[in-house]
Design a protein. Sequence first.
Length: 327
Amino acid sequence: MSFLAVLLALLIEQLKPLPRENTVHDRLVAWVGWTGRNFDAGQPHHAWVVWCVSVLAPAVLVGALYVAVSHVSLLLGLAFDVALLYLTLGFRQFSHFYTDIREALEAGDETRARSLLGEWLHLDASELPRGEVLRHVLEHALLAAHRHVFGVFFWFVLLSALGLGPAGAVLYRMSEFASRYWNYRHRALDAPTNDALLERSRSLFDLIDHVPARLTAAGFAVVGNFEEAVNGWRRDAALWSRPNEGIILAAAAGALGVQLGGASAPGVTPDRSKTFSGSAEAAEAAGHTPGVPPQLGHLQSVVGLVWRSVVLWMLLVALLSLANVLG
């Protein structure tokens, strides 16, 4: 049933994606903001309370609802799975920015491409040169594909196997959203926040994302250049300060043979672990992964890499489901 639920959700999302501005996103913003205002009194232990209420409670509620619904009817359970996956999993939740930026670059409209990138990341990207725009788009698209598809996929399949339906998908997406929300408030809005809440949401999401990030990187290696992806994983993951991001981006860079990383643009790029101070030669040598500089054609290469990975994991889940039925 997990395979069928994911397949149906992906098909429905391709045919009828959520619009860029949608009620679900607005409700999530309101919910996480409400939990912060009502349960955070500024003390370190309040960070646990806020996270449990905003992230864990919805996942538990969804799991309980699925158990109740599936006891009534397996078809209702499947419909519940598909509905929640439609809201939590899919490319079209971020791909509109990616597609619009690619079209702007193909048309030679770099100003619009920078504007769209800034809108996507809620930052000023107006000063980035074309090569940096391409690199940032590639990096953030790869991370977005992981967080909107592969991470959700893993947690859904895991908890679905335990009889909890889409609880895992909700847990992953809520954890990722809470981490992003509190980081945005802290950075972009310059609003006073509990530092412990920001760090707690980040650390718990990193923990939840630990296994999915490595499976995503492994998938990129299998469907791309395996040897270079594995070498990049081992050699270049430390270029990024957050290990999960570094593993995904280093493996993808090797799988595609493209340069990622480089000098950090604060707030725009995924966090770098090095400042690359010193000579220009040393910075160039240590600052990015091997490969050719990002080109427009790499935008399509990333799409192919991600879709091949989706097919790979769908095939594996189908085989596991078949083995379970036959067994």
